[in-house]
Design a protein around this ligand. Structure first.
Ligand code: ADP
Ligand code: ZN
Length: 434
């Protein structure tokens, strides 16, 4: 049985949903043109007037916006409301450069929370649940976002934030947390600490699922987490620019539902900027349909994904995005081969002797870029003979080569060697830039 937060909207026939989007898009272009000097200039420069936008198809006539625009107008130059309307600020974590500031009206906070209430309901979270929020509280949107969402569905939120792991586990046991929301890499660390304490999630906690996101993670990582801990691991997606964490998979775990009455998504070819059809992988572009303080038109998020517009088995009609491969700028090019860290993760985790902790180190020897994949092995394997370890190193190297066509030096390292993460894991160390 699937529960809905707002069945009328979540199951709205696709045609009607498109009509809602069209109306909102038409309003939006007038709104931004009339409320922001930035958008007025941008439209004028592109020779486009709000009156030119009358249908969903017209969206391709609108210019893109980018993170660089937010940086150029730092801190609030793209806002469409006076400061007195802003009830909250957050800032991005600055993964790819200078952090950007985002702001919210009261209505923006409500819409953000509604989005999460629908999402959390779609994975069966409700009044009976205790949601431990292990995302960072503060400028990062993860903590407060999940906190408000959990409260809206009537669950109890525990604002542990990230870190202080032993205390987190104690609270998890004492308060009976049924849901943990944190980055997948922090959950890996939490699992290790649970093992060290001589307990396990299945017998010693009431945990039933995890809401994991804020960084790329692979399907293979999901399988490992679910197998090792007995919980369901769900993917959650969002970025500070479009509010924060907003969308999750439903219990079918087959793509992340994007609420079409609030956001209009496209996937484009990152090079040409052309819209791509459903099913083709490209860069995710989002237009916010209901945001007041910082509406974004055709914002190039930079994440690579695929849109699936088929209604889902759960009955929801809103489009889904499939697992994020990474951002366009996460791509590593090693001697002409393009790879994403997530693809390396997927290969590594198909090898049972290899643990979930890894790091990619890029360096330059002379003219040549080199890639070293450091990966931890499980405890049992580490006590094996050196010759066995070398055999395993070869096996990992071969798998990377076969699946990704990537030649990398593989270094197996002792369990616990690679730094653990409290938030977003740093999986790539580029020594060429140090
Ligand atoms: P930034 O990291 O850009 O400073 P945010 O903290 O808002 O800003 O992070 C948003 C980014 O995190 C997304 O653009 C995406 O790259 C990544 N991200 C968030 N959720 C996921 C997810 N479920 N899978 C993969 N990547 C994700
Ligand atoms: Zn679904």
């Amino acid at each position: 049985m699937t529960d809905y937060w707002d069945p009328l909207i979540e199951r709205m026939p696709v045609d009607e949903l498109k009509k809602v989007q069209e109306e909102k898009l038409v309003q939006l272009v007038h709104y931004v043109y009339n409320h922001s000097i930035f958008y007025r200039k941008r439209f004028d420069k592109a020779g486009i007037s709000p009156d030119d936008i009358n249908s969903l198809a017209d969206i391709t006539r609108l210019p893109f916006t980018t993170k660089q625009d937010l940086r150029d107008t730092y801190p609030t130059g793209m806002f469409c409301v006076p400061k007195k309307m802003v009830v909250r600020y957050h800032a991005s974590s600055g993964t790819t450069g200078k952090p950007t500031v985002v702001g919210y009206t009261q209505n923006d906070i409500n819409e953000w929370t509604i989005s999460l209430a629908r999402a959390l309901t779609s994975i069966g979270i409700g009044r009976e649940d205790v949601v431990q929020v292990g995302y960072g509280y503060g400028l990062f949107t993860g903590g407060l976002g999940l906190h408000y969402g959990a409260e809206m569905v009537g669950a109890s939120a525990i604002p542990t934030s990230s870190g202080n792991t032993e205390r987190q586990i104690e609270l998890m046991q004492d308060l009976g947390s049924t849901v943990i929301a944190c980055t997948p890499s922090y959950f890996l660390h939490m699992s290790e600490v649970v093992n060290k304490l001589g307990i396990n999630f299945k017998d010693d906690t009431e945990l039933k699922c995890g809401v994991f996101g804020a960084e790329p993670w692979s399907q293979e990582m999901r399988q490992r987490i679910e197998k090792q801990t007995g919980i369901k691991a769900y993917d959650i997606f969002g970025t500070s620019e479009i509010s924060g964490p907003l969308f999750t998979e439903c219990t079918y775990q087959d793509g992340i539902h994007i609420w079409a009455d609030q956001f209009l998504i496209e996937v484009i070819d990152p090079k040409s900027g052309e819209q791509l059809p459903d099913g083709e992988r490209g860069e995710l572009v989002v237009t916010t349909l209901v945001k007041e303080a910082l509406p974004l038109i055709r914002y190039r998020i930079g994440d690579l994904t695929v849109i699936n517009s088929e209604p889902c088995k759960c009955g929801r009609t809103h489009p889904r995005i499939m697992r994020i491969l990474g951002r366009t700028d996460d791509m590593i090019i090693v001697r002409g081969i393009n790879v994403f860290p997530g693809q390396v993760e997927a290969v590594l985790l198909t090898i049972p002797e290899v643990a979930e902790h890894y790091q990619l180190i890029i360096d330059r020897k002379g003219e040549l870029d080199t890639l070293t994949v450091q990966v931890e092995v499980t405890k049992d394997v580490f006590s094996d003979k050196i010759s066995d370890l070398m055999r395993l190193e070869n096996k990992v190297g071969k798998s990377l080569k076969t699946v990704l066509n990537l030649s990398a030096k593989v270094e197996l390292v002792e369990p616990g060697t690679i730094p653990r993460s409290m938030g977003k894991a740093q999986r790539v160390i580029d020594k060429r830039k140090i």
